[in-house]
Design a protein around this ligand. Structure first.
Ligand code: SAM
Length: 346
């Protein structure tokens, strides 16, 4: 029955929540291999063997939010805070451009110093210096007008993981001041404004169930994002969730395959978190249907400070070393890194 559901998902790109739940509960090595084979075939139809790279610039770890899972949450006094200057961010982009990056992702905590005006100025600078590059923002929740201003300044894409599509689950992962409805409002606004929009969730987050995961898959099927970031939850030692187990590589790659079957042209990263829980995690992600990798371009001195979870990969490596290592890893699974903006193919 499970294989029949995979066949139907491949053909129709849609299942009921109950059917998604069945697929999640009945995961096996054999079923995952079956789904991965179909997922990779679909990826090839749309993207060939191309893998897109995104230069990740972690612009700061100061955050007003207090997500229970996250190492840069407000009430973590052990977090060594930093904020990059505009000049530092531009230098990261320059180095990245030389290395072949044509997308820059600026990610950070929700820091009021990165106001709408500051972000807009930064986006304009980058777009002026690198008109052939895409700018992706991942700076959390803002009012619609702020997203609009950043878009008008030239931002092309926005990543905002929905974290979970189940409201009760969302409330177990976040303190009462944070709102599921506002997060969903943000995602709708982003899409409506015209951003290439990315949602996503952690695999194996505390209190996650087959039911909540099925809701995530249904949400993604209906929302139709351009990008979807999923990676394992990894505990961080200074957070309330320090004692919860990490998500698994097996479940993450299985879900990557299901997402590819749901939406064949989805931009789907093999995340750093996946490479952190398993040395060949990102290769396995690509072999399951992912088509994006996001190496770190942040200055070496701050990489360890952007500690969302323990054991993060590549915190000591130059960007150039990272890209060399990744190119080999990507080639080892029959794909190749390309120098391109890497927009979604419709
Ligand atoms: N503040 C922005 C936001 O909320 O979208 C961007 C930065 S936030 C740190 C980026 C993502 O990191 C979150 O969406 C979350 O899914 C992920 N993350 C945080 N803590 C994590 C952990 N312990 N393990 C794995 N991923 C984690």
């Amino acid at each position: 029955k499970a294989k029949q559901l995979i066949d139907r998902l491949e053909a129709q790109h849609s299942l009921s929540i109950e059917e998604y739940e069945y697929l999640i509960e009945n995961q096996s090595d054999e079923l995952a291999a079956y789904a991965a084979e179909k997922a990779v075939a679909l990826r090839k139809q749309v993207y060939g063997t191309d893998v897109y790279i995104r230069g990740l610039i972690e612009i700061g770890n100061i955050c007003r939010n207090d997500c229970y899972y996250c190492g840069i949450r407000r009430s973590n006094p052990a977090c060594d805070r930093y904020r990059l200057t505009e000049a530092q961010i531009l230098d990261c982009a320059r180095e990245g451009y030389t290395l072949g990056f044509r997308t820059f992702v600026m990610q950070g905590g929700e820091d009021s110093a990165f106001s709408v005006d500051v972000v807009c100025h930064l986006v304009r600078q980058i777009k002026a210096e690198f008109p052939d590059c895409a700018v992706t923002l991942s700076l959390g929740e803002f009012p619609r007008e702020a997203y609009q201003a950043m878009f008008d300044a030239g931002a092309d894409r926005y990543l905002l993981r929905h974290e979970t599509a189940d409201k009760a689950h969302y409330e177990k992962l976040h303190p009462a001041q944070m709102s599921f409805d506002n997060r969903m409002r943000c995602l709708r606004d982003l899409k409506d404004i015209g951003y290439q929009t990315g949602c996503g969730f952690m695999v194996g987050s505390p209190y996650q169930t087959a039911q909540t995961l099925a809701e995530d898959l249904k949400f993604i099927e209906e929302f139709r994002p351009e990008m979807c970031g999923i990676g394992p939850f990894i505990p961080q030692k200074d957070t309330p969730f320090r004692d919860f187990p990490a998500g698994t590589c097996e479940q993450t790659v299985y879900l990557l395959s299901l997402l590819r079957l749901i939406q064949p042209n989805l931009l789907l990263p093999a995340t750093t978190a996946l490479g952190t829980i398993r040395p060949d995690g990102r290769e396995r992600g690509l072999q399951a249907g992912a088509n994006v990798v996001m190496p770190n371009l942040s200055p070496l001195g701050v990489r360890k400070k952007y500690a969302l979870y323990d054991g993060k990969l590549c915190t000591g490596e130059e960007a150039a070393q990272c890209i060399g290592c990744l190119s080999r890893r990507v080639a080892s699974v029959g794909c190749r890194i390309v120098t391109a903006r890497g927009d979604i193919i419709r």
